[in-house]
Design a binder for this molecule. Structure first.
Ligand code: ADP
Ligand code: MG
Length: 276
């Protein structure tokens, strides 16, 4: 990770109606290139709205967004460019997939960017191989399972070679096998240096995975910090109804120290050392 700020927003407001009911209120934050960011907060706290603003799908009513230090512009050409650089994998794949076949679906965005049929075919083939989805890439999209649709939705975005990929609750409605597949894809992406922003309710996953957590409450960002600083802050956890991750609960039940384990392995090592 480096210190370049890839995405920044300043005093962002968004309202779905003309009354002063803001789904986002005065949101200011910065995300560095290569960071793994988890967005957490109750349903309705503004996470999806924030994502739609980042990807240029919604235009904030006040405030500014910057991508790579450039203020986001809302003309057609700038938006096409922005959407190829900041990809969003929607919570519900049916809101994202609209082509009849998987192949067409993954090709669509690339063709739209002006690549030739030949270049597009190469890109699509590479993504299909990288995600290991050959077995269903010739099927019509409507015949896919929820987990398969999610993988195609990810392929849709990756094929555009984005700089930031946003996952809106990637584990929602998936079975454990497909959650594992999606998490493995996300791990590979972060290892390759892509900036990944994800909303999740899974405190255990966020604790181990994220470099930073951004906590939303009622349209506002109330904290952006390392997972350990969020999950040991009892006032913040109470306010947002977040549970502690199991690793922290267990550690606090056996230790008064504050050298919290970062993951299960470190916790096991700590327990083993104590048992000696
Ligand atoms: P989250 O993703 O954290 O669950 P959302 O961004 O979906 O939160 O919602 C934030 C607020 O905006 C909520 O009050 C929600 O009811 C409202 N909202 C979300 N989408 C729409 C919409 N399409 N039309 C009107 N209100 C919406
Ligand atoms: Mg949401």
């Amino acid at each position: 990770m480096n210190e370049n700020i890839i995405l920044k927003c300043e005093n962002l407001y968004y309202s779905y109606d003309d009354n002063d009911n803001y789904a986002l209120k005065d949101v200011s934050l910065s995300i560095k290139q290569g960071q793994k960011i988890a967005l957490m907060g109750a349903n309705g706290s503004g996470k999806s709205t924030f994502f739609l603003c980042c990807a240029g799908i919604l235009k904030p009513c006040k405030g500014n967004l910057f991508f790579n230090n450039q203020k986001i512009k809302y003309d057609k050409k700038s938006l096409l460019n922005l959407r190829s650089k900041i990809g969003i994998v929607f919570q519900e794949p049916d809101n994202q997939l609209f082509c009849a076949s998987v192949y067409e679906e993954i090709s669509f965005g690339v063709l739209n960017l002006g690549f030739s049929e030949e270049q597009t075919r190469l890109k699509v083939d590479n993504i299909i191989k990288a995600l290991n989805i050959q077995s269903f890439c010739d099927k019509p999209t409507h015949a896919l399972s929820g987990g398969q649709k999610k993988q195609v939705a990810i392929a849709d975005i990756l094929v555009m070679s984005p700089e930031i990929i946003i996952f809106d609750e990637p584990a929602a409605a998936l079975d454990p096998k497909h959650i594992k597949i999606v998490h493995e894809i996300i791990n590979k992406l972060t290892q390759s240096g892509l900036t990944v922003i994800m909303s999740t309710h899974d405190v255990d996953y966020a604790y181990e995975w994220a470099d930073e957590i951004i906590l939303f409450d009622n349209g506002e960002v109330i904290m952006q910090a390392k997972p350990i600083d969020i999950f040991t802050n009892n006032d913040i956890l109470d306010k947002t109804n977040l549970e502690k991750p199991i690793i922290i609960k267990l550690f606090e039940s056996i230790s008064d120290e504050n050298n919290y384990p970062k993951d299960l392995k470190e916790l096991q090592a700590y327990i083993k050392a104590r048992l000696k």
